[in-house]
Design a protein around this ligand. Structure first.
Ligand code: UDP
Ligand code: MG
Length: 318
């Protein structure tokens, strides 16, 4: 019987230091994966450092190393998509280059998919050791909120690190949306999924690409992509204010009838106008967010552009 093929997709952005460490660790883990062939697929997300040189060196040394290189930085979500699209494997695993997704979990993941009948094995960190506390706090709030308002399951601490079979890969590829929020997409597609838990591992080399601000924008994108709950705020606020206005009108009519009409109260008027117009702007802003996303989707731009690539499928043609 032919051996199955497992593709390791590694999104890499400025990871010249981390990639050699990753490769070494992966080779070590490979010794435990005896009855499967392995393909490495590095997706260079427009790195500005020597990432590409390092990957090409690996490619020259080890023919199982393939790569796709983007024309510029398109973001990790695009890199994941490109990886899944170009992977030749029967199974595909997505791992970060910085060893924060320990390759040592791969044998266990593979066993779950091959022997226990799961389609997909995800991983979640149960600790956030080594992360700034404020970042962990906001991350927790985000997952709680998402859990309440989103149309798909987003698990707290879930990583993009996972191993899946062809069925799941194809399902994810069928979701060609431009605004990609992988954590939501992985939940949305469903299938039988097993979760592995592990303690947070700190970055092996290089530094994180995520500033607090970038994470904040990512969280907002996630909410807009997988929930329409914020749109309800406008209707809800509208109803609430109508009700308040109605009660106030009745109150004023009764007051005028009983006590006459002494003119006063412009400060309170200013406050009310400010508040109501503020809420109106907020609601227009929320609408704008959804409209902007819709606008980008309708352009149907490609998710990424390839500068150069060496892939398994090219070799088949030759
Ligand atoms: N990454 C990418 N494109 C980007 C940012 C990050 O491909 O624009 C890759 C990066 O090289 C790494 C993974 O995504 O392999 C996770 O990035 P990072 O370690 O910076 O994120 P963190 O682990 O801090 O959440
Ligand atoms: Mg990392």
């Amino acid at each position: 019987m032919d051996k199955k093929l497992l593709t390791l997709v590694v999104p890499s952005y400025n990871e010249e230091e981390a990639i050699p460490l990753f490769y070494e660790e992966a080779l070590r883990v490979e010794k435990e994966l005896t009855d499967i062939d392995i393909e490495y697929l590095f997706v260079d997300d427009g790195s500005r450092d020597e990432t590409m040189r390092v990957v090409k060196e690996l490619n020259a040394r080890d023919p199982r190393v393939h790569y796709v290189s983007f024309s510029r930085n398109f973001g990790k979500e695009a890199a994941i998509y490109a990886g899944l699209e170009n992977a030749a494997g029967d199974y595909v695993a997505i791992l970060d280059a910085d060893l924060q997704d320990p390759p040592s979990l791969l044998p266990e993941m593979l066993e779950a998919v091959e022997k226990e009948g799961y389609d997909c094995v995800g991983s979640r960190r149960v600790t956030r050791k080594g992360e700034p506390p404020i970042r962990s706090f906001f991350a927790r709030c985000f997952y709680k909120l998402m859990g309440k308002i989103s149309s798909s399951e987003v698990v707290d601490g879930a990583r993009d690190f996972q191993l899946m079979n062809r069925k799941v890969v194809n399902a994810i590829l069928a979701m060609g949306e431009y605004n990609r929020f992988s954590k939501g997409i992985f939940g949305w597609v469903g299938f039988k999924k097993k979760w592995l838990e592990y303690e947070n591992v700190e970055r092996a080399a290089g530094e994180t690409k995520w500033s607090f601000w970038k994470l904040f924008v990512y969280a907002l994108d996630g909410i807009v992509a997988f929930s329409t709950a914020p749109l309800v705020i406008a209707s809800f606020m509208g109803m609430l204010f109508c009700l308040i206005a109605f009660i106030a009108i009745i109150f004023i009519i009764i007051k005028t009838v009983i006590f006459g009409d002494p003119t006063s109260g412009w400060p309170s008027m200013v406050c009310i106008i400010m508040m109501v117009s503020g809420i109106q702007l907020l609601c227009i802003g929320i609408l704008g967010q959804y409209l902007a996303k819709t606008y980008l989707e309708t352009k149907k731009r490609p998710l990424y552009l390839v500068e150069e690539a060496v892939l398994a499928k090219d070799k088949d043609i030759k």
